[in-house]
Design a protein around this ligand. Structure first.
Ligand code: GDP
Ligand code: IMO
Ligand code: MG
Length: 422
């Protein structure tokens, strides 16, 4: 068996949570491979709307194993809250959720360092979710991280050593007042550590490879999106992990030849939350209309998402980096009330037209649009491709022809049921 990967092709929030939940019945094991609680994956079914941050989106289905892989960074206090709210919904995950011992921990001081770093950047800030992601991954790469497996012995000692270094930086470099909040953060954080201890902490790379060998099917759920990838995204306005298909190999311990299908998810338009370049952004009434109809406000921070038209240049680049085999188009219903829909098919850079993604998306990058007719019909009740308006079929065909990858699923609403396979 191979591992299928599902990941975002844009700047995150494409609808990964919804689709993983929809696809879960076809898999035995669901894994998260990178990112942390900067992610907010929303699922809606049976009048439940739930946002997951660290936990894979397969947990609402029976008989499935869910794994938090080694590439993920975990904040125990946020994890504890997630577990609590799932318990209230009647989902006890002690038997079905496994955690990699090699996953790194986000310390309370990582959150403070994130806040201090963003404050020091002023107008040049990344627009981080302030969950401590950058500092936690920095410690991991700097070989100073604490891992889940560390909680099993001498933990307090190792913790104190790390915190000492962090508070020195906060005091001496950032002149940041952390004292008023640190002890509160630590209290819930250590409660969270006790919750983590109640779960099976495993060598997930061995476990997952054994599952594959024994014929079990595995899906890897990405967080963020390809345009936020640390290497290939709009650096430095990115997150601190590899959000791309290759990230599933390092974030789970699976070899590249074990990768099967790659599901690439994109919205029928584009959004971005946080700072950084966004060529097709609409700072006008149209952008506002998309934001309101699409409820484009962050699942993790509640911030308004920046909205704009679909960008095929960026999408083509993401498909290349990720080796996407199937596309999934989300939120088509949000474009129900437009007479015409613009698609960026090229960039104009210093007067030259190109469909190659440039080194930097600086102010010289100007989107060039082609215009397609809108369908002006409601899609949310549509249950089969046979009932797609001709203009929607035309929109789909246009994208497939330019990207050379089939769109296999079209999503027409947030609910599980509003998912149309082609
Ligand atoms: P993720 O981070 O990729 O899992 O995406 P988010 O959950 O952050 O954001 C996607 C949002 O769109 C959520 O509020 C979903 O409930 C919602 N959503 C997902 N698919 C659709 C769709 O097809 N139509 C509409 N209108 N909303 C959708
Ligand atoms: P999901 O998985 C959208 C953005 C932040 C910021 C940048 C860096 O729900 O798609 P970080 O907290 O990592 O330091 O933030 O990345 N960002 C996301 N944007 N969806 C996400 O996750 C995101 N996770 C981080 O807004 O611009
Ligand atoms: Mg999200």
């Amino acid at each position: 068996m191979k591992v299928d990967v599902l990941l975002g092709l844009q700047w995150g929030d494409e609808g990964k949570g919804k689709v993983v939940d929809v696809l879960t019945p076809r898999y035995d094991v669901i894994t998260r491979f990178q990112g942390g609680p900067n992610a907010g994956h929303t699922l809606e079914f049976n009048n439940i709307k739930h946002v997951l941050h660290t936990i894979p989106s397969g947990i609402f289905r029976d008989d499935k194993i869910n794994i938090i892989g080694n590439g993920v960074v975990i904040d125990p206090s946020i994890f504890m809250k997630e577990i609590d709210s799932l318990l209230k919904l009647g989902f006890d995950l002690k038997k079905t959720l496994l955690i990699s011992k090699k996953a790194h921990l986000i310390l309370p001081t990582h959150r403070l360092l994130d806040a201090a770093s963003e404050a020091a950047k002023g107008d040049a800030k990344i627009g981080s979710t302030l969950k401590g992601i950058g500092p936690a991954y920095r410690d991991k790469i700097g070989r100073d991280g604490l891992r889940v497996g560390d909680i099993l012995n001498n933990f307090e000692e190792k913790y104190k050593e790390r915190v000492k270094q962090h508070t020195d930086i906060l005091t001496n470099y950032y002149h940041f007042d952390y004292k008023s909040v640190l002890s509160d953060y630590e209290k819930t954080w250590f409660e969270g550590i006790e919750i983590i201890r109640q779960f099976q902490l495993i060598d997930s790379e061995t476990f997952i490879n054994k599952q594959i060998e024994s014929g079990k099917s595995v899906i890897a759920e990405g967080a963020q999106g390809t345009m936020l990838d640390i290497d290939f995204g709009s650096y430095p306005f990115v997150t601190s992990s590899n959000t791309i298909t290759a990230g599933a190999c390092t974030g789970l311990g699976i070899a590249p030849n074990k990768i099967g299908k790659v599901f690439g998810i994109f919205k029928a338009y584009c959004t971005r939350v946080g700072s950084g370049p966004f060529p097709t952004e609409l700072n006008d009434a149209t952008g506002q209309k998309i934001r309101e109809i699409g409820h484009e406000y962050g699942s993790t921070t509640g911030r308004p998402r920046r909205c704009g038209w679909l960008d095929l240049v960026a999408l083509k680049y993401a498909i290349m980096i990720d080796g996407v085999t199937e596309l999934i188009m989300m939120k088509a219903d949000v474009l129900d009330n437009f007479d015409s829909i613009e698609i960026c098919t090229k960039y104009k850079i210093d007067g030259q037209l190109t469909d190659e993604f440039p080194y930097e998306l600086d102010e010289n990058v100007e989107p060039v649009y082609e215009s397609l007719p809108g369908w002006n019909k409601p899609l949310t009740e549509v249950t089969s491709e046979d009932n797609f308006p001709a203009e929607l079929n035309n929109y789909i065909k246009f994208i497939e022809t330019r990207l050379h990858v089939p769109i296999k699923i079209v999503s027409v609403g947030p609910n599980r049921s509003q998912t149309i396979e082609r």
